[in-house]
Design a protein around this ligand. Sequence first.
Ligand SMILES: Nc1ncnc2c1ncn2[C@@H]1O[C@H](COP(=O)(O)OP(=O)(O)OP(=O)(O)O)[C@@H](O)[C@H]1O
Ligand SMILES: [Mg+2]
Length: 256
Amino acid sequence: MGGGTMDTGLEQKTAAYLTHELRAPLTAIRCALELIEEESQALGPDARTCLGVAMRNAERLKGLIDDILDLSKIQAGRMQLFPVPADPAAIVKEAVESLQPWAKKRGIRLDAEAAEGCPEVSAEPRRVVQVLTNLISNAIKFTPKGGSVVVRAEAGRRDDAGYAVFSVKDTGPGIPEEDQGRLFRFFCQAGSAGQRAEGTGLGLALSRSLVEIQGGTMHLESRLGEGSTFSFTLPVHLPVLEKDAASGKALEGKLI
Ligand SMILES: Nc1ncnc2c1ncn2[C@@H]1O[C@H](COP(=O)(O)OP(=O)(O)OP(=O)(O)O)[C@@H](O)[C@H]1O
Ligand SMILES: [Mg+2]
């Protein structure tokens, strides 16, 4: 978080404390808005529009608070993840389905493609959905109406180690080479301040950290005017290790 003269540890604790304290009143606001929504047929059109604005902004605020909490955990080295065997196709489906209504509203075609035989990964599914959601949201946000976004999961292999590759390909404006490296830093956005789309510059940095904590790597292939493909790898789940563990065999010397 920002440079300045403030002690970084104190800054992290303040951010963690503040975001934590902001959560409870925000949850109360969201619940109250949901209750009003259930009775929304009793409201006039202007009041319904205001309710929609309030609900969308409450959701945005929740996303931002969750991201800042994650960021402070990552910076404090306290982000703990619990990997389980997870099906890449199911993860892709969940992320794509939740963003389909927004893609439709923006006039963007959003498709999921899971290559057959894509192996199970060892990861925390909720966190992989979070990374994909960030990448797909960006693709929808930056791609002009009429464009398309394709989300894929497929098998990959390097140096005898298997991994799965998740990718999000869009037909958006592309990203100039000189901007590509810094986009993965916290609070960085491309372009001049005037051209920047709504956002905080947290999504990609958080996503990269979440992928790396789970043993994967994040990649970007893009050229100005030719769309962008963001992708990340995750290690495959190795069932043989579970059998060994169940039969009490030592796991020493094996890749875990
Ligand atoms: N698919 C894309 N096409 C073009 N530019 C992109 C794309 N994805 C990201 N970018 C650029 O990278 C920047 C950083 O993305 P990031 O997701 O970190 O932040 P954000 O979307 O601006 O805000 P936040 O995700 O915190 O709401 C974006 O502001 C945009 O300039
Ligand atoms: Mg984003």
